[in-house]
Design a protein around this ligand. Sequence first.
Ligand SMILES: C[C@@H](NC(=O)[C@@H](C)NC(=O)CCCC[C@H](NC(=O)C[NH3+])C(=O)[O-])C(=O)O
Length: 351
Amino acid sequence: DGLAKPDLDALHKVFAQVMAGGAPGVMTRIDSGNTVYRETAGVADRANGQAMNTDARFRIGSITKSFSTVVLLQLVQEGKVALDAPVDQYLPGLLPDPTITVRHLLTHRSGLWDYTNDMFANTVPGFEAVRNKVFTYQELVKLSLAHPRTAKPGAAYQYSNTNFVVVGAVIEKVTGNPVGTEYQRRIITPLQLNDTVYVHPSATIPGRHIKGYLTPDEAGAPLVDSTDQTVSWAQSAGAMVSNPRDLNRFFSSLLGGRLLSANMLTEMLKMTPSDDTGTRFYGLGLRQRDLSCGISVYGHTGTVQGFYSYAFTTRDGRRSVSSMANTSNNGNVNTILGDTLEAAFCGKAPA
Ligand SMILES: C[C@@H](NC(=O)[C@@H](C)NC(=O)CCCC[C@H](NC(=O)C[NH3+])C(=O)[O-])C(=O)O
């Protein structure tokens, strides 16, 4: 793929820091052309000590947003949805502001309040309250509309799960199918992502999977096994299950031009800054990160109770990297986990 070889020593140093930070286990899969690297440390299951395994499934959280975006952009290609049409055209009366467009949703520029801010203000109680609940899209939107908008439509980037809940509602309205059906027929089946499933509202991860452990807010309190939950609070914003091989294949196929037309991929890659570092951007359901070695990578991050994940690829899709640590509510671990991208894409720092 024309890049420096991954620096596996650096990768394992990051693993050691991730585990020292409180994660039971951590893993990275690198697909570099036809060469695959499978690196792991720690445990997938604290009860029986089962080792971390890059073939096992886990909850990918917001990486789901990229899957939802591909479905919606295919509907745009098919002329069934217009990117700059008001959401009101597809879901009359759902949103209070008829000027919010489909593109505003995909770029987190709608101004819709993120209901998870309230839902998970107290991490473990918030999680326990919803882990077995099943929500409708309308119920989640209603939670958001209890708050004023955070900005006028289009005015600013403000990350909000509400946007991708509405994206799911648009997909279901326009296709007449549950989003799971659309993920399956448009992405999972064609790419043979055999370890990628959308099982909402089931609370269990089918097949071989990693257990996730939520870090409580109280310092020193024991980790909570958060593996089983409906993730109904996220759905098309974060309820997908997958594994590193499938995520690498998904993002390689996406950036390699196999899921969207060239024009539509160009739309998806229209980036605006998502923070003030100058190295983080958000397009349409897709993140860009500029690495220290000058390489830009594209993909998404995920945070769901018990699972932190990163899945990114190069602009040509020829090197893809997926990393996961099986804890969450631990910002230090999440930040360090991001350093696996540097080791995997940039290789050894120049001497
Ligand atoms: C950030 C990430 N977003 C996602 O993956 C979405 C699906 N997850 C969230 O919004 C986090 C919900 C709270 C998690 C909980 N935190 C708390 O409860 C904090 N009080 C936890 O860390 O498990 C992304 O887009 O990259």
